[in-house]
Design a binder for this molecule. Sequence first.
Ligand code: GLN
Length: 494
Amino acid sequence: MWNRLTLTELAQRLAQRETSASEALAACWDRIQQVDPVLHAYLSCDIAEARLQAEAADRALASGATHREQPLLGVPISLKDIIAVREQPLTCGSKLLANFVSPYDAAVTEKLRAAGAVLFGRLNLDEFAMGSSTENSGFGPARNPWDPSRIPGGSSGGSAVAVAADECAAALGSDTGGSVRQPAACCGVVGLKPTYGRVSRYGLVAYASSLDQIGTLTKDVRDAATLLGAIGGHDPRDSTSVPQPVPDYTATLEQGVRGLKLGLPKEYFVGGLDPEVRAAVEAAVAQFQQLGAETIEISLPHTDYAIAAYYIIAPAEASANLARFDGVRYGSRVAGADLLELYQRTRGAGFGPEVKRRIILGTYVLSSGYYDAYYLRAQKVRTLIRQDFLEAFGTVDAILTPTTPSAAFPLGEKSDDPLRMYLEDIYTVSCNLAGICGLSLPCGFTRQPRLPIGLQLLGKPFGEATLLRLAYAYEQATSWHREKPPLPHAPERA
Ligand code: GLN
């Protein structure tokens, strides 16, 4: 049962000696045996190493260490397999890196260790974080715990599944265009993408460097506040991380929302939005009004161009970032008669079709003669999108939207149609283009089948505290986050 607790609840039970880190880890490990053969959230697990960490945490607890100093002491946390953990696999969901082992820890990994976390699993994802369903994983898709015939979202699908199915206390993912928030919405958990620069990306394998940010997947909002507090902060090894102090996000959670102004962008409530999703989001708006927040309609006039700009800028950056996977420096190698043939064969065999599509697209939009028409123009659109948000934040404290246009779709439904897959990101990519912060939390269920619906809150640069405070107030007034997926042999709720 210890695997079912939130991070905060588990830390409390550990502090009170009601359980031990070793016991909590064992509960997660049992759960993985029970549900992961179907869900496939995990790509690998070093349980022997995790047991050593848990024993060390138990010894620390026995000798008086506290959760005040180490908020994650003894808590089992798993990472998307694109964040480096020393001496653990780092596949990025790619066959090319199937046997690659990281020689070092990412900055967030170091911070989690310093906070006392027990790190044990590598979570499934779309190859190099490119996708919205985990169907682009080189190792087979993860499945939605609410309905295993459906996608869990992506690219941090494994992270969302592991948290929703109680296969760990909390997880980290990465979000370049929605990859933390969209799977959180699909699986009914809380996903937070911090402001660009809030969290160091040292040790996060780069997809699109001007958009990438590491985020949290948790069972509730308080856990998100705790986890962001643990991983945030400046790091000289990532020049895009910002030297701004990390506030205690848990300290302001309970301040309520009275007087806060929430913007509802009219461009986000248009055709293509599933009626059940719309109804759930509108009910959430009413709930916020009841809690004392003011809601006003706003306009983000360049919203229509966000997907097009994103799918030029992200592949352009990816085409440069992925050049390093050449068969010489990293991962597997397919020999060739000369160097060029070695590159071609290695990359031809190692990358999946979506990664190849993006490298080709990205190379094309950067090429001489097309650069101005595509890449440069997309960058200008990006500036307009950022200005839309900054202007809106002149009058509102945060923006409320759906996270996805519909609930989780069946596996295979969009995998042959990249454009339809890209449209899945319609509500999430603008946040990354603008560099602001965003959070998705559960706000209801569709009727038949019963699938989670996500509510998105978008905040000012470094406005995470306000987002968390809004989300916490909503969560306190509702019970969506307490629902558990109907998994085989799920024990009764505590
Ligand atoms: N679905 C988007 C893409 O495929 C976002 C991915 C992400 O945020 N990593 O690029």
